[in-house]
Design a protein around this ligand. Structure first.
Ligand SMILES: [Zn+2]
Length: 102
């Protein structure tokens, strides 16, 4: 349980390379870092996401695209972001889908 995903206007850079970071996570040393997919897998303390573990970062563009792909209604951006913030499912995309069509 807990916040597992956050929508940001601009995604930060990975702390370990030049890639865009899609995770804000707790590393094995206990420090928090931004990481791309590869470096999240390499340095994460635990494989899960959630309180004390880390969260998935999505750009506003990604959220809008994902959200609108599930619904014909054009919803306000903020509403879509709120649904990402409150997302607690195993799969963020499934949770957004559930909320978009529900
Ligand atoms: Zn990286």
């Amino acid at each position: 349980m807990g916040i597992r995903a956050t929508a940001l206007k601009i995604l930060p850079q990975c702390n370990f390379c030049d890639e865009v970071a899609h995770y804000d996570f707790c590393t094995r040393s206990g420090k928090w870092a931004y990481g791309c997919e590869n470096h999240w897998r390499e340095f994460r303390k635990r494989s899960g996401l959630g309180l004390g573990e880390g969260q998935l970062l999505l750009s506003h563009t990604e959220v809008r695209r994902m959200y609108n792909s599930f619904t014909n209604e054009v919803k306000p951006y903020e509403e879509a972001f709120d649904q990402v913030r409150s997302c607690e499912g195993e799969d963020v995309e499934d949770s957004i889908k559930e909320k978009a069509i529900g």
